[in-house]
Design a protein around this ligand. Structure first.
Ligand SMILES: [Zn+2]
Length: 384
């Protein structure tokens, strides 16, 4: 089994007596209400998804990650996980606070010891993490909208609710046990935020010729308007896997976190998280985790390949522009197929979306009928 990133799988989920004692203490502690995504980060920190991080970034961690893509001990880490407050008075160094999510402010999510409170340069951090200072970039805009002070320190989870998709929300320690039990020595992660089309299926099955198992892992959480809803993505994959995959070779498990649209750096982050879940490989494709035209098409692939030895999780890099070629009679790409024109059927997300809106089934060469029908059962499969 591949070692977790940095060597230690973090587990700060409180249970038993420690949980009872912490819940009691929490009643007396000041409450810090944070955005739902930050509460989600706290859960992921405690559950080991962001290992070796066991808390929100301290100043040394923040500076190291932002400026060098490394933790103070030299471990690669490309994107900071941090908590901010609007004014320095809300938390003092050394305080213990209770984190609550904005959408459920009465539920204590985690305890946090504020080991540090410090100012940060939003513009400089955003430019370094996202490679641009353009405030039209959603990640850059997000940094500018955050508080002026960062609060760093370890978290302990009080509320270990698995959320709305509990049956497909296993934590890293649990997916590792599943892979072990199935005897998978090599496991490839497939990162997605979309419903599957035939090009995805072809790629996933090609990879199953290279590794023992495939973990399809949709990112679940805050999305942009027009994106597919989380429940739609899960239902669509259930339909595909149930009918067309060898059940002993594929595992569907969500990753509840937000897309940060940091392109190449986020590709590395996606690799680190999947390594923590026990994956030995991850598929990295064109413009992975990109948005707009901020990153070169193969920038994420090149960055991952350059860091792969140190990261240990290996990228399976997919170059090319894919379509279904009626002449070749298979999924093809500009690297494999000499044909062009009408015989090449596009997997364009925009076109597939439009067909779903219009109720016109795509050809099965583009999307499985079962998948299309499941999506059509939802009144509105898209995020408003
Ligand atoms: Zn062809």
């Amino acid at each position: 089994m591949i070692a977790p990133h940095g060597g230690t799988l973090v587990d700060r989920i409180l249970s038993g007596d420690a949980l009872r004692e912490a819940r009691q203490r929490a009643e007396e502690l000041p409450k810090l209400v944070v955005a739902d995504e930050i509460a989600g980060d706290a859960r992921n920190l405690a559950r080991g998804v962001f290992s070796p991080l066991d808390g929100f970034a301290t100043s040394a961690q923040f500076d190291g990650i932002v400026n060098e893509e490394r933790l103070p001990d030299g471990t690669i880490y490309p994107i900071p996980i941090f908590l901010t407050v609007d004014d320095a008075e809300s938390v003092s160094e050394g305080d213990e606070v209770v984190l609550c999510a904005l959408s459920a402010p009465d539920v204590p999510v985690a305890l946090m010891t504020a080991s540090e409170v410090f100012e940060w340069d939003k513009g400089a951090a955003a430019a370094s993490v996202f490679g641009t200072d353009d405030t039209d970039h959603p990640g850059v805009a997000g940094y500018h909208s955050r508080g002026d002070y960062i609060v760093g320190g370890p978290v302990d989870l009080l509320d270990n609710d698995r959320g709305p998709f509990a049956e497909v929300n296993l934590y890293p320690v649990e997916t590792r046990a599943v892979f072990e039990e199935r005897g998978w020595r090599t496991v490839c992660a497939f990162q997605t935020r979309n419903v599957p089309h035939a090009g995805h299926e072809d790629l996933q099955k090609t990879v199953l010729g290279l590794v023992d198992g495939l973990m399809i892992q949709p990112i679940i959480g805050k999305k942009k308007p027009g994106d597919f809803r989380d429940d739609v993505i899960i239902a669509a994959y259930d339909a595909l896997i149930g009918s067309y995959f060898h059940p002993g070779r594929v595992f569907l498990n969500i990753l509840p976190t937000e897309m940060r649209y940091a392109g190449p750096k986020e590709a590395i982050m996606h690799g680190i998280m999947r390594k923590n879940y026990g994956c030995t490989h991850i598929i990295i494709g064109r413009d992975h985790a990109g948005v707009g035209n901020y990153y070169g098409e193969e920038e994420a692939i090149e960055k991952f390949e350059a860091m792969a030895d140190e990261l240990e999780i290996q990228p399976i890099t997919i170059r090319g522009d894919f379509w279904y070629c009626c002449t070749c009679g298979r999924v093809a790409s500009n690297r494999t197929c000499p044909h062009e024109g009408d015989v090449c059927l596009s997997f364009s997300g925009t076109q597939i979306r439009q067909m779903i809106v219009d109720g016109v089934p795509p050809r099965p060469e583009i999307m499985r009928t079962e998948v299309f029908e499941v999506i059509r059962q939802f009144d509105n499969p898209f995020v408003d």
